[in-house]
Write a protein that binds this ligand. Structure first.
Ligand SMILES: Nc1ncnc2c1ncn2[C@@H]1O[C@H](COP(=O)(O)OP(=O)(O)OP(=O)(O)O)[C@@H](O)[C@H]1O
Length: 594
């Protein structure tokens, strides 16, 4: 470390003056190439000429971070340390990530990846504004985002902050999904995150604005060498508990492996449980393994909800959120939705209804200490009665203000809530240890549960689900879903010519969508149109879209997967009814049921 202020090459004046003017626009030639000790790499920098970020000298970043002093240290992750700094020339606050050397030695590769990341620009992504590739040093400079991570906010122990309420959680999920959608669909070439998890989601502190969740660390796994071991199998650079099964098995990543990780994050938001929690009993340590059997029974969904929510959520929204998570967590990558579809659904769920929502109609956790995996029969009659009377007594409290402040109001069981928070905090250290530090660890245990499923069915189901979302009582939601459907069908049709037929069918959905904004009865006809549309949504489905992006072969269905998909579909439908789901284990066809 002693050498850093002096060993870094000096940047030329021209480059500095650009920065002084706050320029982060595309640099013609990165000044690193002009540095004396970078000569060797000059002319060997691939797309370095297309870097849309400031090239800093090591000296500048050392000055910015007070020589990387401990007091500036924001934290340390799997890729290196992050320091808060202020760029002297501009006064801009930055987060400087000093990458571990491991895997970033090749300047050409490093600059190439930096050039890709430097063009990424979206409100739900932390902006890369600069970099440094002096000598052996590899640093990335991000906009400083005064924030806590979702991990800390959701699972930490800050007692001064109220737990996130349901709609805040859905807003965070929607924001994160939009960031991921940009990486997959707008970045060119697409960026695969590879390591999406709660600690890589930053939440703004300002005025409790949770719409603006930002993803950080995207693309770093690649930049730090995931693909750079030529003579060895691909390394798994993700984090245990979040990695898609195919990624842990083979090291192969795809957009669908990101969707899987997103599903884990969504499940954490719903349940308030960690992806991996070694303080829990063995069968509950891996969140996905714990949840997979519950996905098959929509009646148990309310029991999956975070006890800190104190049942303050619309049950139908919970059902739909769980169904989205279940879809993302399907074993087969092809069966998972595209992130764009997830965005559509979550954007809808993140809008709080203007009308009061009823409490869950099914037995749910009576105490925050009971994170139930119990079957329905395990709820004693007396417990149910107790809950019913409790619910009766608090029915009036389910007004919109209660929704907005949701769990934050936490009228009930405050002690339980705080003890639950503490318990979570205790589990943080050990879980972080086992989860974050498990990079490169390839384990089949991670390939939790999950049922194989048919991708064709999945896409139909997803269309149907997005269609079903419009069956809500709130008229503003109805019109918003109409817009979303229109947008998404437009997007699909521009993306893939092969989707013309599906566009036709979504047009049907659209026209019925107009009808939907009138009355409840008309709503039903719209859903039925959506379902018709979805049943026509065949060859040009999500799976085709994904396979056109090279995500592999489609496997055949299994009985287990049919059961799971049927359960999820019923969960979606039960969300529409707003009552307990009519869970039908016979697995009759969709048309039969109607
Ligand atoms: N742009 C930023 N603005 C403000 N703080 C940041 C920024 N980026 C990172 N941080 C802080 O730095 C800490 C360390 O971040 P880092 O991304 O290195 O580690 P991590 O996300 O905890 O773990 P991992 O590297 O395994 O993903 C984070 O906890 C976060 O609080």
């Amino acid at each position: 470390m002693n050498c850093f202020p002096c060993c870094g090459p000096q940047k030329n004046k021209q480059s500095n003056s650009k920065r002084e003017h706050g320029s982060t626009t595309q640099q013609e030639v990165p000044s690193a190439s002009k540095a004396p000790d970078m000569k060797k790499q000059r002319g060997d920098e691939g797309d370095a000429t297309n870097i849309n970020a400031q090239n800093y000298t090591f000296r500048e970043l050392a000055t910015a971070t007070k020589n990387f002093r401990q007091e500036c240290l924001l934290g340390e992750g799997g890729y290196g340390r992050v320091y808060k700094g202020v760029i002297p020339a501009t006064g801009q606050a930055v987060a400087v990530k000093q990458l571990d050397r491991h895997g970033t030695e090749n300047s050409k590769d490093f600059l190439y990846e930096v050039s890709l990341l430097s063009h990424v620009n979206h409100e739900n992504l932390v902006k890369l504004i600069g970099y440094c590739a002096d000598g052996e040093q590899r640093l990335l400079v991000y906009e400083y985002y005064p924030a806590s991570t979702l991990e800390d906010r959701l699972l930490g122990n800050k007692t001064d902050e109220p737990p996130l309420n349901w709609f805040d959680r859905m807003k965070v999920a929607a924001g994160a999904s939009k960031g991921l959608e940009y990486l997959h669909d707008n970045a060119n070439p697409p960026v695969i995150f590879r390591d999406l998890k709660t600690c890589n989601i930053l939440l703004g502190n300002e005025s409790n604005n949770l719409n603006n969740a930002k993803l950080s660390d995207f693309g770093l796994a690649k930049l730090c060498g995931a693909d750079k071991m030529n003579n060895a199998p691909p390394r798994v650079m993700g984090t245990y508990g979040y990695c898609a099964p195919e990624y842990t098995r083979t090291g192969q990543v795809s957009m669908k492996s990101d969707v899987y990780s997103f599903g884990v994050v969504l499940l954490e938001l719903i349940t308030g449980r960690r992806a991996v929690d070694t303080t829990k009993p063995n069968d509950e340590q891996n969140l996905v393994s714990w949840a997979q059997p519950l996905f098959r029974d929509p009646k148990k969904y309310p029991d999956m909800a975070d006890p800190l929510l104190n049942k303050h959520f619309p049950e139908k929204d919970l059902n739909q959120a769980v169904a989205i998570a279940a879809m993302c967590l399907q074993e087969e990558p092809e069966a998972r939705p595209l992130i764009g579809d997830v965005v559509t659904a979550l954007s809808f769920l993140s809008t709080a209804p203007t009308e009061p929502f009823p409490p869950p109609s099914l037995p749910a956790a009576t105490s925050v200490s009971r994170h139930s995996t119990a079957t329905e029969s395990e709820y004693s009659e007396s417990e149910s009665e107790e809950e019913t009377s409790d619910d009766e007594g608090t029915d009036n409290e389910y007004d919109s203000s209660a929704q907005n402040h949701g769990a934050a109001s936490a009228k009930h069981k405050e002690n339980d809530v705080s003890s639950q928070s503490k318990k979570r905090a205790t589990s943080k250290k050990s879980s972080r240890k086992s989860s974050t530090r498990s990079r490169n660890e390839t384990t089949s245990a991670d390939a939790a549960g999950g049922n194989a499923s048919s991708s064709g069915k999945s896409s139909k189901k997803w269309k149907s689900f997005v269609g079903n979302l419009s069956h809500k009582s709130n008229s503003s939601k109805k019109s918003s879903i109409k817009e979303i459907s229109q947008k998404s069908s437009k997007k699909n049709s521009t993306k893939e010519p092969s989707q013309k037929s599906s566009r036709k069918s979504s047009t049907k959905g659209k026209s019925s969508g107009k009808v939907s904004s009138r009355a409840e009865s008309e709503d039903r006809s719209m859903i039925s149109s959506h379902r018709t549309a979805s049943s026509q949504y065949t060859g040009s489905s999500m799976s085709d879209r994904s396979s056109s992006r090279g995500s592999g072969s489609i496997r055949s269905d299994t009985n287990g997967s049919r059961r799971t998909e049927e359960s999820m579909r019923l969960a979606m439908e039960s969300g529409d009814e707003g009552t307990g789901p009519p869970f039908d284990r016979t697995g009759s066809s969709e048309s039969d049921r109607r």
